[in-house]
Design a protein around this ligand. Structure first.
Ligand SMILES: O=P(O)(O)OC[C@H]1O[C@@H](O)[C@H](O)[C@@H]1O
Length: 296
């Protein structure tokens, strides 16, 4: 039987995955010493077993070394194969050199995970320039799409939804969710000049006035993409908008600021544990994990 080894905070998602896959859950213990170093302890003996660590990489700098300790320890103790399920895969946004001498973090981070694991799996990675996850990793890389779950949620919860993608990067998600939900969509124009400096322009067609706007994006981080979109919609006289986010990254104060900007509701998937989680990806990940484990 496969082992799912959740990092701290990931136990609820591990239980949902285990309910579908029948896997055994063995939580990973992290002990933080006073000097800042971390002691990793596996929850059981992985000898001869398939083990999948479950860690969402919202805070990858803090998690990278413990992940490596866990993966190499599982190997040393004789695990048959060691996988990583990272429902949110951090560092994918720095996929090119935007300014001279910057690190192109996405492939470097992928290379780090290549060295630790036999396979990796994630949900809707932020890869809008190169949508192929397998081009980034040398190990087998699997992705699940949350679009069917988001479409179902919108169909059940938002009457007369008109989907809005705040920028061209969101086109791939908003177009697919709109298609599955059978609802219209529009993609807005965004200009970002800094971490928290964002401008949004609404399209002239104003389809968003014909229903309830649902702003759909893969990530809310500083929240400024959503905040500026909400402000523009309010100025244009649209109905209060619902924000649907795949990965609830939410930097400090972001959720409150988005609510203050007029969001009628904010919902997210549970790729990152957060109070806005309303859509569960556990079954999706568990089903894809069986595919990963059947592959040689
Ligand atoms: O505007 P914040 O919330 O900081 O960042 C999230 C946005 O930045 C993009 O990469 C994401 O796709 C999303 O549109």
């Amino acid at each position: 039987m496969t082992i799912i080894a959740p990092f701290p905070g990931m136990e609820p998602l591990a239980r949902r995955m285990a309910a579908t896959s029948g896997a055994e859950i063995q939580p990973v213990d992290l002990h933080h010493f006073p000097d800042g170093e971390t002691l990793v302890k596996l929850g059981g003996d992985p000898a001869g077993r398939e083990i999948a660590f479950l860690a969402t990489l919202r805070d990858p700098d803090r998690l990278a070394l413990p992940l490596r300790f866990a993966a190499l320890t599982a190997r040393e103790l004789g695990a048959a194969r060691v996988g990583l399920v990272a429902p949110y895969l951090g560092y994918m946004r720095q996929d090119k050199r935007f300014h001279p001498r910057e690190a192109v973090s996405a492939p470097i981070f992928a290379g780090f995970l290549d060295e630790c694991f036999d396979w990796v799996m994630t949900a809707d990675p932020h890869l809008h320039r190169n949508p192929s996850l397998s081009a980034l990793f040398r190990i087998p890389a699997y992705r699940v799409a949350t679009a069917p779950l988001l479409a179902d949620w919108i169909a059940a919860n938002v009457p007369e939804a008109v989907l809005l993608g705040p920028d061209s990067e969101s086109q791939q998600w908003v177009a697919e969710v709109a298609r599955l939900a059978g609802r219209p969509y529009e993609v807005l124009t965004k200009h970002r000049s800094g971490d928290r400096q964002v401008e949004i322009s609404l399209p002239g067609s104003a389809v968003f006035r014909q229903g309830t706007p649902v702003i759909l994006d893969d990530i809310a981080s500083s929240g400024h993409t959503l905040i500026r979109t909400l402000e523009q919609l309010e100025q244009a006289g649209a109905r209060p908008a619902t924000c649907v986010i795949i990965h609830a990254v939410f930097a400090h104060g972001a959720e409150e600021a988005i609510r203050h900007a007029g969001a009628a509701r904010i919902v997210s998937t549970d790729t990152i544990p957060h109070s806005t989680n309303a859509v569960c990806v556990g079954e999706l990940l568990a089903t894809e994990m069986k595919v990963a484990q059947c592959a040689t």
